[in-house]
Design a protein. Structure first.
Length: 206
């Protein structure tokens, strides 16, 4: 039989975030290359936009999708039984973080007992919106440095906001690759479930 584990709204927002993040990262690398704050440039083939103005248009187009989509995801998980019980990190999950890290590092071979999402996944899903918020606010400060001077004071000026923005986006990329590793370890059926909404489970006949 097939067990439903991912509601339609979760699946739609998941893939929209994936697309929006890809556009933001590739266009963001093109924006970065126009005035590098560190001592390196990204290969042009990895960038989107062709030139600075074009990259900024792509970047902000994807940003508004990312923001609105992320808000829908967060609100749904915060108010729904689905999110409160399965996705958001809670006090009871604290002791389960280290065992999961040991398992993913293959220090422990036995998978710790967990429900739909394990404590490490829940910690990541609960933390990443705050990292995304830091990236969004630092990006807005760079786009409107005069109008949003109060954000400049928080991030340490324009160059400080650039560093914050770079670090936040790097953390999102690392989360994406870490997410892929976790999906790979969890198995193909978990990946398919993000398209279909469910997965097959064995039914024991009495």
């Amino acid at each position: 039989m097939r067990k439903k584990i991912h509601p339609l709204l979760i699946r739609v927002t998941h893939w929209l975030n994936f697309i929006a993040l890809g556009i933001m990262v590739s266009s963001g690398m093109r924006i970065y290359n126009s005035s590098p704050i560190f001592g390196f440039n990204f290969p042009p083939i990895l960038t989107l936009g062709g030139w600075l103005a074009g990259a900024r248009q792509w970047h902000f187009f994807a940003m508004w999708i990312f923001v609105s989509n992320g808000l829908i995801w967060w609100i749904y998980n915060a108010i729904s039984k689905h999110g409160r019980e399965t996705t958001l990190f809670q006090k009871a999950d604290i002791n389960g973080v280290v065992p999961m890290i040991k398992y993913y590092l293959r220090i422990e071979k036995k998978h710790p007992e967990a429900k739909k999402y394990n404590p490490l996944q829940k910690l990541a899903y609960t933390t990443i919106p705050f990292i995304a918020l830091a990236g969004i606010l630092s990006g807005l400060e760079m786009y409107w440095p005069v109008q949003l001077q109060f954000l400049g004071k928080i991030f340490g000026g324009y160059d400080g906001a650039r560093i914050w923005h770079f670090c936040a986006m790097s953390a999102l990329v690392l989360f994406f690759f870490g997410h892929l590793v976790m999906v790979g370890i969890a198995g193909w059926s978990n990946f398919q479930a993000m398209f279909t909404g469910g997965r097959k489970v064995e039914v024991t006949k009495l």
